[in-house]
Design a protein around this ligand. Structure first.
Ligand SMILES: NC(=O)C1=CN([C@@H]2O[C@H](COP(=O)(O)OP(=O)(O)OC[C@H]3O[C@@H](n4cnc5c(N)ncnc54)[C@H](OP(=O)(O)O)[C@@H]3O)[C@@H](O)[C@H]2O)C=CC1
Ligand SMILES: O=C(CO)COP(=O)(O)O
Length: 337
């Protein structure tokens, strides 16, 4: 495999939140002609005039070559698109982009981590339905937007069923501080990213409630066991789950309150209602939408996911934290696996 040949030179980033802005800055700094789409004029104007996104990445000076737009027509000029809106907004955005590009066979790297409410679809399945001509890839792995935007060393997974397209993405995104690894396993990369958000909420709750580091480690290990059980049952590869987009991202997100999912859980552990915390935030906490969908999928498939079940019940207010912990601790004893 020849990695990094023929990078995509013109990139369109759909979404000017924290991750979209960090990825757009990365591409622009790597010399790619990069445009970033924002649904609001204010952020687009600020990126163009002040080279900042004060709402989502206030500390970061953005490259002056990065152009922001509110017009999806800019996607027609691109060789590759990064989709970086919340998972629940992905379908509408993809439909709009398909229309804007005339249904082009465009490489689209899906950067959102979540499962669609209502349909239970993963993002590559949403892409197939919303924009069948597009060539889907998945970018996932342990990567806080602020770290990447600051140029701190980061390694991620770029999954693409088409190896030659995947290696072009690698060449497009790789820099001295951002290291993507290729995988053909789109399903595994997506599931790892979506499920870890739910588990990070659980770890936040444990921290917020002051239940100790041992409880948190147990939750991460048992959470990983149920993530693996579900993902392997769906057809994901074990090495993907053990890699950056699985275990790697689980470790990052469960360990730091910089994670919106982890910090949502932390507030819940401190006694706040999830709905209140979510309502006062502008940024997305993907695990809150994914947890109930994941519960439905797991039940349909007969996969035991007790931590995910507990998180969904805590989010909806059906269960209190102490009850959830007691339920988890008093499950029938079993062989580890
Ligand atoms: N932040 C991170 O460190 C990382 C995030 N991700 C993933 O990337 C995805 C995006 O996250 P992130 O950038 O952090 O999120 P943010 O909350 O920081 O930003 C969300 C962006 O999406 C826009 N948006 C919200 N709703 C819609 C909609 N209905 N239609 C179109 N655009 C919309 C927002 O616009 P507006 O400002 O107008 O509301 C904003 O530009 C998530 O799935 C997340 O899991 C992945 C890796 C790292
Ligand atoms: O996915 C992320 C890091 O890899 C970001 O996590 P949060 O969405 O929880 O902030």
């Amino acid at each position: 495999m020849t990695i990094g040949r023929e990078p995509f030179e013109r990139i369109y980033v759909a979404g000017a939140g924290s991750w979209g802005t960090a990825l757009a800055a990365l591409c622009a700094r790597a010399g790619r002609q990069t445009s970033i789409w924002s649904r609001g004029e204010e952020i687009a104007g600020q990126i163009n005039e002040e080279h900042r996104n004060a709402t989502y990445l206030p500390e970061i000076e953005l490259p002056s070559t990065l152009r922001a737009t509110t017009d999806r027509a800019a996607a027609c000029e691109a060789e590759g698109i990064l989709l970086v809106v919340p998972a629940q907004a992905a379908r509408d955005e993809l439909v709009a982009l398909r229309e804007a590009t005339g249904g082009a066979a465009m490489p689209v790297a899906l950067c959102c981590k979540g499962i669609e409410r209502g349909t239970g679809r993963l993002m590559h399945q949403v892409l197939k339905e919303a924009w069948p001509e597009a060539l889907g890839a998945v970018l996932s792995g342990p990567s806080f937007a602020a770290d990447v935007a600051r140029g701190l060393p980061t390694a991620v997974t770029l999954a693409d069923p088409d190896e030659s397209c995947g290696t072009r993405w690698l060449g497009t995104l790789a820099t001295e501080t951002f290291r993507p690894y290729y995988s053909p396993d789109v399903l595994g990369a997506e599931l790892g990213g979506a499920i870890k958000n739910v588990l990070a909420i659980a770890c936040g709750i444990v921290e917020g409630r002051g239940l100790g580091e041992s409880a948190k480690a147990a939750l991460m290990a048992r959470g990983f066991a149920e993530a693996k059980r579900f993902a392997l049952g769906m057809g994901a590869k074990p090495e993907t789950l053990a890699g950056l987009s699985g275990l790697g991202d689980l470790i990052l997100t469960c360990s730091s309150r910089q994670s919106r999912n982890m910090s949502l859980g932390y507030e819940m552990g401190q006694g706040r209602r999830a709905a209140d915390v979510i309502a006062e935030r502008r940024t997305v906490s993907e695990g809150a939408a994914t947890a109930p969908v994941l519960v439905s999928l797991a039940r349909e498939r007969g996969t035991d996911m007790p931590i995910t079940e507990a998180v969904a019940a805590l989010l909806s207010g059906e269960l209190a934290v102490d009850e959830a912990i007691a339920d988890l601790m008093n499950r029938p004893l079993k062989i580890e696996g």
